[in-house]
Structure formats: C-alpha cells, structure tokens
Design a binder for this molecule. Sequence first.
Ligand code: ADP
Ligand code: ZN
Length: 770
Amino acid sequence: MIARVTLEIALRREFDYAIPPELAGQVEVGSRVKVPFGPRQVMGCVTAVLEDTAITRTHLRSLIKIVGTQSLVTPRVLALARWIGGYYCCAPELALKSVLPEAVRREEDGWRERLFVRALPAPAEMPKLTPRQAAVGSIINEWRELPLRRLLTLTGATAETVRKLEDRGLITIAPEVDERDPYARDHILPSKPLVLNPEQDRALETILKAMEASPRLPRAPDGAEGEPTGPRPKPVPHVFLLHGVTGSGKTEVYLQAIAHALERGQGAIVLVPEIALTPQTVERFKARFSSGPHQTLVAVLHSHLSTGERHDEWHKIRQGRARIVIGARSAIFAPVEPLGLVVVDEEHESSYKQEETPRYHARDVAVVRGQMEGAVVVLGSATPSLESYHNVQRGKYSLLELPHRADDAKMPIVRVVDMCQEMRLQKTPPIFSNRLKEAITQRLEKHEQTILFLNRRGYSSSLQCPKCGYVAQCPNCSISLTYHRAAQQIVCHICNHQAAAPTVCPDDKCRNPAIRYSGLGTERVEDTLAKLFPHARITRMDSDTMKRKEDYRRILNDFRAGKIDVLVGTQMIAKGLHFPNVTLVGIIHADLSLHIPDFRAGERTFQLLTQVAGRAGRGEVEGEVFVQSFTPFHAAIQYARRHDYAGFYEQEIEFRRQLRYPPLSHIALLTLKGRNEEKVQFFADHLRKELEKKLSAPVAPGAPSPFPDLILAGPAPAPLARAETFYRYQIMLRTSLMTKLSRRLADLVPHLTLSEDVTLAVDIDPTNLM
Ligand code: ADP
Ligand code: ZN
C-alpha cells in the first residue's frame, strides 16, 4: 500500500510513500505522519491511501511513523481543502494548513494532564489515621474527586499526608486530562426558546423543511480510504439569505434551527465576525444548549484563545462531544460530523475574507461545504452583500425576510445633516452640528445614552505646514501620518511607524511654529466633546484605548450599567451591541468611507450607516440618528436614511452591471511587490504580456477564446502604492468564469520568471483592493 502525503513545507505537490508492514492497516486519510524528505524528516498529512502508483515501488521511501492516534482531518474536510487549493489558486499544503489549527497540528502540544485525587470505597476495616490524615480524608470523601493541587490549597496539607492516604488504600492519585475551558469563569444562566413572531416562524419553518429534505449523511467512518469525493447520496443544496433588520431576532431563528439539527443527530457551525465575538454572543449560544433536551458542549474557536484552549476546544469537536461550534472565519473547517446546519451571521462582513494565503472567503467556503455535506446554510444580515442578494435574484439562494424588529421596537428616525450648510453657520469647520449638540444635551438631561461614531482613530488625520506645504508622510508607506495627541506622536496606520510630533515645521528652511493638524479622529471628538459637555461621562473605544482583552468587556459593562453617558468609538462599536438605553447615535463624518478608491465604497458606507444606526432605540424609547455629511444627497446615505435596502440594491447593481464589477463578474487581483520600483514595474509589464498570450489565445486554432468576457486592466500602481517599504503594482482580471481562470492561473504562476526580490500574490474574489 502507498500513502499520498502533503508535506508541511511549501511545495506545490504531493508525494507518495510506501507504508511499511508494521504500519499496515493503521495509516488512514487524514493521518499525520513523519516522512523522510531529502536528508530531513518532515511532518505531513495523508491525503489518500492507494494500491498502486506510477512510480515503481523500488523508488519509494517509507513512512517513518504515525503521529497521534486519531486522524485529524476528516475526508470531508480534506475535500474542502482541495477545493480551496483549486479555487483560490494556492498549493495543497497551504490549504491543508489553514484547515487545521496550528495548536492541533503541532506535535508537542496535547492535552494538559493533572494529578487527581479520588476517594475509594471505604474498606471493611478502617486503618488507623492521624487526626490530620482523617481530616483530609473526610474532605476527599465529600468531594469524591478533585485535583491534587486544589486539595492542598483547600486543606493546607502536604502532598506527603495525601500519599499516606493512598498507601492505606483509601484514595487513588492518578493523572487525568484536565480540560481547559476559556469560558469556565463565566456564570451562564440557561435560556429557553422564545415564542417566535409570525415572521420568524415562517423563516424557521422554511429552514426546517429544507433540513428535512436533505439526506442524512452518516458519520463518515474515521479514515475512509481513497478519494474522499467518492459516490454518496447527492446532497440537496439549500442556501438561505436571512435578511432581517437590526434587532429583528435573527439569532433566535438560528438557535431554534440548531436545536432541530441536534434533534436529527447532526451538529452545527455558527460563524460570526471576529469583532462580534463578544462574551454576549457566545453566552447566548451556551445558555441555550447548556441544559435541556438538546444539551451539548458549545465549542468556541477564535483568535483570543490560548494555544492550549484552542487545542482542547478543537478536540472536543473532533470527539463529537461538542456538537455546536461558534467561531470566526476558520471555524468553518471545524470537524463537525455529521453537519446539519451552517450559519454565517453578518455575512456581508469583510473580515470573513482571509488576507493571507489561502485567501479564502469563509462565507463562500461555507456554501461549498454545505453543498458537499448536504448541510443547510443560512446567511444572515441586515445589510446583505451585493453578491448574496444577487444570488437570490438569480435563484441560487432563497430569501427569508424579517422586516420588523422582534420586540416591536420602532426603527430609529434617521436625520441627515448637511455639513456644508453648518460650515456657513459656524465660523470654523465644525465637528458637531448644532442639531447634534442639541440632541446630545437633551439626552444628558433625560439620562439617556449616546453613541458617537467615527471610523478613524487618533486626533488628526494629517499634519501640515500652511507656509511651505510640508505634510508628515510615513517613510515606509505612501500615506500621511496621523497625530495622536495624548501620546504626542505621529503614527502610521499601515506599518505603525512612530515619531515624536513636531512642534515646528521640520523643514530646515521653514521652521514655521504654526504647523497645523487637520482632519479629525476619535481622540479629537472625545476632546472637543469634553469641552462642550464638561459634566458628561465620556469614554472612547478604539484600538488605542483597548489595550488589553478585558478592556472591551469592562467598558461595555460600564456602559450597560449606565456609568457612561456618551461612548465615542470606531467600527468596534458599530455592530452587534444591544443597549436598550441608547436613544441617540451620531455619525460624525459619514463621507469618510465614501471616497476610498474601491468600487464597493458606496456599499460599505450603506452597510456601516445602517449598522451603526441600528444601535439606536433598541429599548422602549424610539431612537434618533444624526448622520453628518458633506454629500448629504449621495445614494448610499439617502437609502440608509430610509432603511431601504432593496432601493439601494437596485441602483447599486446597475452601476456594477455597467462597469462589469462583482457580482456581475469575478475578480482576480494580482499584486506584485518589491523594494525596487522599476523592477516591480518591469515584471508587472512582463506579467501582463504573459497573461495576454496565455489567457486570450484559444486552446486550438479556430476554437473560441476560453475567456470571451475577460477584462484585463493594469498594471498600475496600487491605490496604496507603497506599504512597509514595498512598492506595489496591480493587474486586475475580470471574468464570469472564475473557476476556469483560477485553474489557468495556477498552471501559469509557478512558471513565471520573476526576480527574486519581486513577489506575486494572487487574490481571487478580493475584498480589499488597496
Ligand atoms: P438580530 O440578531 O436580528 O439583530 P436579536 O436576535 O439580537 O436580533 O434580537 C433582538 C432582541 O429581540 C433580543 O433582545 C431578543 O431577545 C429579542 N427577541 C428576539 N425574538 C423575539 C421574540 N420572538 N419575542 C420577543 N423578543 C424577541
Ligand atoms: Zn507606514
């Protein structure tokens, strides 16, 4: 027998190894193995077990050993990794790496073991004990079982005393796995299903019907041999887009659909954007499934866990003890089997896209995984991505709508303030319009809370000399430095370059002391606010003030407890937070995201405004939102004001259609970077010529071109032309045939001759065009 193995070193192919007789029958698809490679020994993962291979047996080297007892990758997750490698144009071993967390892949890390003390049944004849031993013995009897260390701190006894009890045959001391639980300290009260309103009920019923219609795939036997894509019942694809306004009770629909999956003996994966992984979100899931008829462990996977915690959470899933997983992007690879349901909450979030190889989009991977495993997929959002809504329009997904807030709360009133007019009223360029100031005053008087949103941290966005025109630029990146007043520093928001803030113009000939800071950030909003309202309790929440993990939690708790009147923040406060006493939301500068050079700027602005506005009026008092803008009639702002998603979609899709941007096409973005600009440009030109030759030429003479609708643009300097000392050039390809184009690119890229100091990154369906 022969094992095909992908190695954990960057090589774009798989290798065959002979399975030695002593390992026969033990090697499975997904086994982790140590193999010889040149003079070294490296780790790899078995992707197939084969009878025969093209290479004759004499040339094959043998596996050295199997690492670990259980195969880590199930055949189904392996199939998913293959799909990712193919579609996102990356080497198989890189795709495989991303489906297995580092904490699980590493050989050294494992379960943590601790010594446990356990009481044994009392012997017929009680041995003689010292008073001390007797006291410790009776405490052990009370607990039945506890960690040795715990016992020692509890009783103040020495290990010696406890050993004596073991010698007398009264107790045992043995190592035992001690599971790490990242949420062990939380006290979570169980919750019961709510009675759904008719809209929620209709949505749930439709989802349940689809679950009933999909075949129940059996749990694949561990290490099923051969190609994991073998014949099996054809799964019915069922993807739903749950479009529900903020506060419409989408989460309750997810919870009840998950309960149904558990009833069917299936598990579920819930993806949430990293930023929404507040204790609140996790709590809601744990609370529902910690007891009752559907009791199961809920595993949590996200970047704030320690390596050990991640290891344990993952294995709880692999062992089938945790049937529900809630996590960020990479949780889509969790080994839940059989999988009945995948939920992608806030599906429009760009954090689902991984910005390093493999550059996969977790929402799209979720849809593919659902299809492969016959699981129902629910994509939820108040502001669906144009991609998903378009998929509804063309019949690929089914639409479920929750147009009203669940608890009958009204949608907030949104007022757009024309800041050009304000400029004329107030002499200096204002941060707060008079109407917003008035509204804040009223809330302070009524003891209601306010959220102010600005998507830029720091004090000022740039430092400029009005006399000589000097602007403080990052030495490594093509952007200006942001002034942070508290720290008295100018900082680059791309590479984090920091320098002391100058007090005079640094230009030797100028030395103007009247150097000016222009543009604004959250720090300045907070400062100005404190001057306007000296008695208000104001707190700022952005990545500058959130230094430690607990900061986030502490501030939100204080806000909930009413210890804060006004919360100022960046997108950190835009989503998912639910505070009944917030009746006012102010968006300081709504145009900020409109003018970035990205065809999605309008869509992002619409989403952001709608999400931020959704924080207002979640309680009994109706909410009010002020949107300050210099372009108040922009479509994104006007449709957001009217809570009109469909209207926004109609005009935006027309714009995309005319320019053939996604979702009317797919993009492959090729970025070349290097420290020598001329070299980067040279290779970018060379790449363009290669692409023209290879992609537009028909496969055979007279045959039609393989990519009839291909649009090739560039090379051009990237919008962020230089970052972290690297110059960047881009070529953009647009086509409707992306699967085919990826395959072509994968063949082409390894054969390109690039200079050693110029690198090429391929991004399929990019969300970040900078
Ligand atoms: P979304 O996820 O759509 O933003 P949530 O699930 O957070 O909305 O629900 C908003 C609020 O409405 C929550 O406090 C939730 O407990 C409540 N809620 C949801 N469904 C119902 C229901 N059927 N009856 C009463 N309250 C509900
Ligand atoms: Zn920089």
